[in-house]
Structures are given as C-alpha cells and as structure tokens.
Design a protein around this ligand. Structure first.
Ligand code: PPS
Length: 290
C-alpha cells in the first residue's frame, strides 16, 4: 500500500501534510489590489470558475487560455507538494493581473487580501455532492491521506476532520462575510441550472461587458464536456504522483444529485440531521435535488 502524508493542523485548520510546510509563506502572502480570488470549499466548482474567469480576462481567446494548465493559470495559494513549485512561488512570479485559487476558510485568509480589498468570488456547493466528490478526489489525489471506506470518509467529513475542515463552517463563514466585503457568493447548483445567468453575474462583478453571443461562447467553452475534453482544464497534465486519473477522473460527473448513487438511506438520514443542526443558525440553504 502507498504511504500517504497525514493531515496536519495550521491556524486551527486541518490541511494536507505537505501544504503545512509552506504555511508561513501563505500567511504572509502579499496580495495586490488587482488580485481576484476564487475561494471555495474543495470540490465546489473551483476549476469551473477558474476557467470562466481566465477566459473573461483574456477576451475569450482560447489561444491565450491554452498557454498553460488551469492549475498554473489560476494558481492555488496553499499548494505545496514535493518537486513542484508552490502556489506562492508561482504567484510571486506573475506580473499581470492575478487570479488566485484558495480553499481557506474566511477567518484564515491572509489579512493582506482584506487590506487590499481584493475582489473575491466564492462558490458553494451542496454538502452531499461535495462529500461524494471529495471522497473520490481523496482516492485519486494521493497527496491526501487514505480516505478509508465511504462510510468512514463521510463520518470524517461531517466531523470536519478532512483537509480544510468543516464544510458547514466554511460555507457559513464566507456567507456571513459577503455583505461587508467585496465578495460575490455563488452556488454550483445555480451555475448548473442557468449557466449564462450566473456567468453574467461574474462578468458584471469583474467590471466587464459581454454580448449575448460572447456569453453563449463562454457557456460553451466552460460546459462540463468541453472542460473534460480540454487537457488545459481537466488536470490530465498534472504528474501521476499527484493525481491518478485511472483511480477516478478529476472531471468526474459534474452534476447535482450524484449523492443519491452513493449515500445509503441511513447515511442520508444522518446527513440530514447534521445539516439541520449545522444550518440552524443561518439563512443560508442548499438545493440537494431531493
Ligand atoms: S478542487 O479540486 O477542489 O479544485 O475541485 P473543484 O474544481 O472545486 O470541483 C470539482 C468538481 O466540479 C466538477 N466540475 C464541473 N461541473 C460542471 N461543469 C463544469 N464545467 C465543471 N468543471 C468541473 C467536477 O466534475 C467535480 O465534481 P464531481 O461531482 O466530482 O464530478
């Protein structure tokens, strides 16, 4: 069996072991006023939003978005695995307008981002589909600890003992911050339901304008199928020592409601109970397709 790195704790948050090694550089990261941040709990639509934003910045020019893989074009702030540049190293080398991916909970985001009043797009996804997607990701992205059985993983997820901690605390924390800060809070389920409506919100938030034809083009370029077939968007170019797509593809299903194929009746009841408890103190709610 492969030996996988354990979870470590930084600033009270569970994080992937190798990521913890670069934590000091993340904490002190120097943000710039024109940085645009894409913040998410893992498996909530980060890559989808990253591709959208990079296309918008580059005027929908696919020659330009082919320049590199999505994880280089929109670098992951906390990223740190052996033999690859860290997220902070990549970001410090970029001179132009930067788009930055992060999975950090709102209270852990480096303070410079608030001081510079950077624009932040937050994408939230319902916890059941996130748990399923995260389980398959833990299996294939071998920088994670062994996920154990699905049952074990789901329990760890509901206890917040997975990388980046509690899903409910994450989505609520960013939800509560959204009114005071420069944050556009979107939902994965809304993006699936009416992609162009949600893309328009992103375009407006970025201070850009697109014609109806351009919106349509953007929608086509960022459809699940288009991104799944695009080597610069589907993570197929990342070393196998980081992600093994033969275990599970990164672009897996891209739907709402896949949890129904994974949860038992009893697991669903447990999750519903967890959800009721965790969401009792918020007006934030999710659509699960049930
Ligand atoms: S990560 O590793 O946290 O950055 O992953 P993230 O990109 O946030 O989430 C991966 C899930 O998003 C799905 N995905 C999409 N769905 C619909 N449309 C598009 N274009 C799209 N691109 C990625 C991807 O398939 C993962 O979800 P699951 O449920 O596993 O399929």
């Amino acid at each position: 069996m492969s030996s996988r790195p354990p979870i470590k704790y930084v600033s009270g948050m569970p994080i992937l072991g190798p990521f913890a090694e670069n934590w000091e550089n993340v904490k002190t990261f120097e943000a710039r006023e024109d940085d645009l941040v894409i913040a998410t709990y893992p498996k909530s639509g980060t890559t989808w939003m990253s591709e959208l934003v990079d296309l918008i910045i580059h005027g929908l020019d696919t020659e330009k978005t082919k320049r590199d893989a999505i994880f280089q074009r929109v670098a992951f702030l906390e990223y740190a695995v052996p033999n690859m540049l860290t997220g902070t190293e990549i970001l410090n080398r970029i001179e132009s307008e930067r788009v930055i991916k992060t999975h950090l909970p709102v209270e852990v985001l480096p303070k410079h981002f608030w001081e510079k009043n950077c624009k932040i797009i937050y994408v939230a996804r319902n916890g059941k589909d996130v748990a399923v997607s995260y389980y398959h990701f833990y299996r294939m992205a071998i920088v994670h600890p062994e996920p154990g059985t699905w049952e074990e993983f789901l329990n760890s997820f509901m206890e917040g003992k997975v990388a980046f901690g509690s899903w409910s605390a994450h989505v609520k924390g960013w939800w509560n911050a959204r009114k005071q800060k420069n944050i556009l809070y979107l939902f994965y389920e809304d993006m699936l339901e009416d992609p162009k409506r949600e893309i328009q919100k992103v375009v407006t938030f970025m201070g850009k304008k697109l014609s109806e034809d351009e919106l349509e083009k953007l929608h086509q370029l960022t459809s699940f199928q288009a991104m799944k077939n695009n080597p610069m968007a589907n993570y197929s170019t990342i070393p196998k020592s980081v992600m093994d797509h033969s275990i599970s593809p990164f672009m897996r299903k891209g739907i709402c409601g896949d949890w129904k194929n994974q949860f038992t009746v009893s697991q669903n009841e447990q999750f519903n109970e967890y959800y009721r408890r965790e969401m009792a103190d918020t007006d934030l709610s999710f659509r699960f397709q049930d």
